[in-house]
Design a protein around this ligand. Sequence first.
Ligand code: HMH
Length: 221
Amino acid sequence: KVDLGVIATWVKKHASLYEAATRHPFIESIRNGTVDLSSFRRWLGQDNIFVRAFVPFAASVLVKACNETDDSSDMEVILGGMAALNDELAWFKKEASKWGVTLSAIVPLAANVGYCSFLKSLMSSEVEYTVALTAFWAIEAVYQDSFAYCLEEGAETLEELKETCYRWGNDDFGEWCCTLEERANRRLQMASEDVRKKAEAVLLRVLELEVEFWDMSRVGI
Ligand code: HMH
């Protein structure tokens, strides 16, 4: 029997929630080519706001890594993720103009506000590094898994949506997520039972918030 890491064990244990987050009807509609483009525009505008809140969260994980771990590999992986976020912010501007979305005019919807305030709570110094690192993995992995699914063989994703799918669904990002998972597993393995419990609860909360975030795309249709 193969020895699963802590995270893979949790994903298996909570498979139905993980599936709800990564095979949401919005993602299925992108994959089968039936996506409602006004839903896509809504998601794009809301996600730009989310990513702007995600950058300081990522920075807080980086600070914790520098303070709490002996091993500089964690810092390098997190910094790599932050470099990708820098490109992502520029990409949102370009993509928004392609779709006629005025980013400055967008007001965050309730699910987005809720998710951003959850990120803020995770930035507290009271939240252990291992817990924050697990959240970081979960947030990135949901997008990687969801959008890679839209690029699989047999997917009928519209040509004009492929660039979006590729942003998170590409293999390099997939490998980066695996590396992040390994770093998180290493910390989880040496963590106390209490910290492990907190990390599992945070993982579940992220998955729920991701489902609610995808649900937002359907407002009004
Ligand atoms: C809501 N979750 C959400 N937006 C994102 N851009 C990511 C995860 C991944 O960066």
